[in-house]
Design a protein around this ligand. Sequence first.
Ligand SMILES: Nc1ncnc2c1ncn2[C@@H]1O[C@H](COP(=O)(O)OP(=O)(O)OP(=O)(O)O)[C@@H](O)[C@H]1O
Length: 642
Amino acid sequence: MRPAQAIHNWQMDQKADVNQPEPKPQYVSAFRAMSGYIRPHLWGFTLVLCCTIIAILSDLLQPYLMKIAIDDNLMAGKNDFSALLIICFVYLGLSLSSFVFSYIQNNVLQGIGQSIVSRIRKQLFGHIMKQSMGYFDRTSSGSLITHVSSDTEALNQFFNQVLLSLFRDGLTLVLIFVMMFRLDATLALYCLILMPIIAVIAIAFRSFMRTTYQLARTRLSRMVAFVAENLSGMHLIQVFHQQKEQEKQFNERNKLYFQANLREIRTNVLFGRTFDILSNLSVACITWIGGSAVLGHHLEFGVLYAFITYIRQFFQPINTITQQWNTLQSATVAITRIWTIFATKPDIEDRVEGQDDVAAASESGKKKANGLRQMTLATARGQEAVDEENGLVLGDVKGDIAFEHISFSYEEGIPIIRELDLHISPGELIGVVGTTGAGKSSLISLLCRFYDVQEGSIRIDGTDVRDIPQATLHRLVGLVQQEPYLYSGSIIDNVRMFDETITREEVIAACEFVGADAIVQKLPEGYDTKLSERGSGLSAGERQLISFARIIVFKPKVLILDEASANLDSQTEQLIQNALNVVSQQRTTIVIAHRLSTIMQADRIIVMSRGQIVEQGNHHELIELGGQYRELYEHSQGQIAG
Ligand SMILES: Nc1ncnc2c1ncn2[C@@H]1O[C@H](COP(=O)(O)OP(=O)(O)OP(=O)(O)O)[C@@H](O)[C@H]1O
């Protein structure tokens, strides 16, 4: 397999246009893109080829054998029973050979197809996982699910139906003509007259079938996308009692898909039956023409019998090839979609050694970046992470954070963060407050490098985050999100994020440390309790505590907490407050607070408005100042009192 070569081929064919929304089938490009995956299986394909040829010959020789039996034995008036018996055995042998070689050909081809598709699916999933947040903002999860599931399945059909049909049915057609001409050239020429009629019907149906097929596929993917979106937002649907409305919308999509399917089926049936009529008509014509010749003693009866059999066999491959047109189209569209994803580079990538540095990166920053890179390599090997140049160890990172004159926007022309400066000292506990949409979450997304700033730089211990490999950065900076995500799996797995190098004892110690142990112990199987998807068996506060434990085991130098905005009961709130107090010790901590009570004890509170810092100081200083913070505080006090 040569994915790099395949992607290169693809990109050349697309002329670097990787953003086409509705790809059109491009057959040559699709075949070229697949060629890298086909090459390693050349021996397998050769075997398939040989088996197919043998199976086709075994099938096509059967009518010829009957012709010999009829003309050379039965009609010749010979009473040669042994010759007849031999013909019967050879006939059986041919049937058996057709069965065996078709079986081998099918199995080998299915095996090759499945292995290629499973490899592409794996690479596709891996590639999607590497994309940055901007990509997921732009791409719906429903369409990604479709790409990983049904588009890769369409590739499988490409191997098992399209490739096979093109070869098997194409060769069958050619050989049938050869046999026909060998039997009787005049009758064969009569059959050739049929070709233009068949071609006209096939072409007319082809465009119908393409339209109905594409319609059905589009409606199916819309329905899948709708289901995916609804499942991820189910709690909202239930809270707002939108079940009926969503059900109505789903029913509409379902109905449209049902209608498109019916249309597709009807077109296919009509096409198949039209071919049947044409086939019967041809048999009738040949029976009349050939029968007259037999009666006039110009043609042997056995030849006519074989001819009629060949005509019947002749329509089946044409029918199959025309039907495969749809599969070929959907496979090429699927290849286009998949390769478009493969060709999409992540917006955020680790800087490659020797690449141009950001203008702002200082010499010392670069040296430290080198150090951090080395650390990643060393930690990946499980060794003591030492930077040879600077003598840094991972444990030496202090957690000094500087936002230096940064500006950022998700979309051009709509600034979210504007020329913001902020320095956070190692070990400081910072609270960030502000009205909704002020840019608080965006600020921490930038620190985690989910997005890159357009101006300025963000530095950790003097190193630009763009110079730190992402794997290192995400070990340095731990994030507890507003809605902590728990996976289907045990509590142990969720705390250590499936990292087997973290022991059970470490997980339990972390849970005890943040006060989650008592909650876990109450669960039916304690730490081995299997959580359902998103940890739906736990309350919001309990999920927060588990995610605190997660932070403890991964020991980040900088902790970011995007506080849950959901109302928690006072007991859970106290548990979370205690947990925050312990996890924030000896690490730089930034808390985006929705409840001011969480950050009243913070070393410093930042008040944000419209992407800028408008006030900062500790709780008392900001109350004294009498600005936005005081307003927010009085508002929150009013709410509590109310
Ligand atoms: N992925 C995104 N794509 C485009 N715009 C976004 C995206 N995320 C946030 N925004 C916009 O950026 C602005 C700041 O959002 P952000 O989430 O940073 O605010 P916030 O202060 O954290 O708000 P809240 O307190 O409500 O969470 C908002 O106007 C929001 O609509």
